[in-house]
Each structure stands twice: as C-alpha cells, then as structure tokens.
Design a binder for this molecule. Sequence first.
Ligand code: NAD
Length: 338
Amino acid sequence: MGYVFNSMKVAVFSTRKYDRKYFDQANELIGHELVYFENLLREETAQLAADCECVCAFVNDKLNEQTLALLAQGKTRLIAMRCAGFNNVDMEAANKHGLTVVRVPAYSPHAVSEHVIAILMALYRTTHRSHNRVREGNFSLEGMVGHEVFGKTVGVIGTGKIGALVAKLFLGFGCKVCAFDMREDEELTRWGVRYTDLDTIWETCDIISLHCPLLPTTKHLINEDTLAKMKSGVTIINTSRGALIDTAAAYHALKSGKLGFFGIDVYEEEDNLFFEDLSTEIIQDDLFMRLTTFPNVFITGHQAFFTDTALTNIADTTLANISKFDASGSCANQVLIG
Ligand code: NAD
C-alpha cells in the first residue's frame, strides 16, 4: 500500500496577517486545508466552521457550552488551541460533546520571560519616554529619575516554564528571589530561589511577577486584601492572565501610592480591546483608559509571546497536533480534565 496522506479542514479563528504567514509556511509540507477567519470564535460565529473537522482558536475566543454545542452539531471533532492556556475552553462541555482539545504547552517561555524584563525596564528607566523626548529634541532629564533592579526582593508566583526563567533572569540582576508554587523546582532552589508562602511574598517583596494559570482559585489573586499586605510602592508585573488581578483594586492602590509600578501585558477585559486597531474608535472601557494615563503604569497588548521563534513554534506544534489526532485519534498535547 502506498503512502496515505490525510488532511483536515481547519477553521482558523481570530487570524491576523502574521498568523497566516506562519501557518502557511508551516503547512507547506503538511497540506491541511486552512480556512482563515478574522472573527473571534463565539456562539454567533461558530457556524462558519460547520464543515470543518478542526477548529483552531486563540486566547480571546470564547469556547463556552453554547459555542461548543454548535461546533459539535457540525463536523468539528477537534479543537486545536494555538496557545498554552485553555481557561477560555469549557472543558466539561467539550467532553460532553465529544470534542478533543489539544494545545501548545510551550512555544517559547523565553519570549514571555524576556518581555517581563522589557516591561520592568520601561517602568524603572522610562525608556519609552526618553525615546519620545529625544525624537522631539528634548534632552531634559526632569521626571526621569530611574530605579535599579539590583538588590530588590522579587516574588515569582508560579514557577513553571515561564516563572522559572523569570526567576533566573532576576537572579542575574542580583536580586533576592522568592517563589510560590505548589510544586517546588529543585533546580531553582539550587540556583538560590527560596520557596515561601504567599503572605511572605506579599509582605516582603519589592517586585511581584505573576506566572500561575488563571483558575477559579487564582482569579483576583491580587485584590484589595492582598494589596493591603504589600510593601508601600510595590511593583506588580502580570504577563499571565488578566483576571489574576482585580483591576479596580489595582487602580485604587495606584491612586493611593501603595502600588508604585504596574506593568501588564494582559487585562481582565482584554477581549474587547486587544489584537484590534481601535485608534479611531471611542474606547468605552474607562478603567483601562484611566490606567493608560498613569506615568507609573506600562501596558502592552498581550504581546509577551509575540516573537518570530514563538510564532514558528506555535504554527509547527499546532499543525503537528492536528496531524497526530488525524492519524491516530489522540495526541500527547491533549488537554485532559480532572
Ligand atoms: P506552566 O504550566 O509551565 O506553569 C504554571 C505554574 O503555575 C506551574 O508550576 C503550576 O504548579 C503553578 N501553579 C498552579 N496554580 C498555582 C497557584 N495557585 N499558585 C501558584 N502557582 C500555581 O505554565 P507557563 O508556560 O509557565 O505559563 C504561565 C502562564 O503564562 C500561563 O498560565 C499563561 O496563561 C501565561 N502565558 C501568557 C503569555 C503572554 O503572551 N502574555 C504567553 C504564554 C503564557
């Protein structure tokens, strides 16, 4: 028998030019039928995938019970998330409707960990403001006094693939690094990271960086009560998921001065904002817009993952996941519940 090649028809939601570029490149030798939609996947758009065996979705698509039920009524059997997180997929509903969910567990933890440092350096050294001033011929240093990372006590919450790299980067800066995770990483302990409880992190750290997943138990991990326990002037960086932070509580802490620096790449209401050009629109999210006015807040639009290495790995792994499912009905990167 000759070589049998199967290909799947894949509805790729929330696609932008860059997704097409990296997916088309990776698909050249594989040959799946990729149908691109700019639309977010929602109950209202699920019909677009009616004749596709696979749906490829991203971080702000909503794969709730209704959406999944509609997909299962069509030909869809596989949900291929082209990201690590799957908090936007109702896994019980996926199971109920016989949909297999696969994901890309790691595509470049370095991309995200390095972005943590990019955000922190912008906040501590106002490099973004210097760039604009110099372009306008303004070489005044007024209002530009920086802060040094060396010697600070840093708390890393979640020391998985990304958190572990962040901890090592901060050790490289000459920081004292504390961490909280239910699973302690012995290698990090050997490097000099000290595992501790959350209260110790809140009470002793100058910089806190979040790297745990968004779960019902971690929603609003940073809230009015936990902020109250922190050092005055604390720096919080969040590149994990927006809802780990009660943004309204962070806003009040910024106004009171309790929160000294706030750097975020993710925001709890980001699905109404991020990945879109809204520069000619009236943005309705007053809390978000107010945050952009603070000089000690630095926001990027969920771009921590966004490097050429990561985009190549995402496309390669997603298509390999689809091929494996197609060939054998299972895949090592399947998301299992329970
Ligand atoms: P990972 O699974 O390797 O690590 C997560 C770690 O969090 C694990 O060690 C786990 O034990 C720990 N953890 C779970 N619950 C916890 C809790 N309640 N308190 C403390 N630790 C807890 O994941 P990762 O690849 O390191 O990714 C971390 C997060 O980064 C993901 O959840 C994802 O949402 C986010 N992420 C963001 C971007 C971006 O572009 N901004 C890109 C990739 C990943």
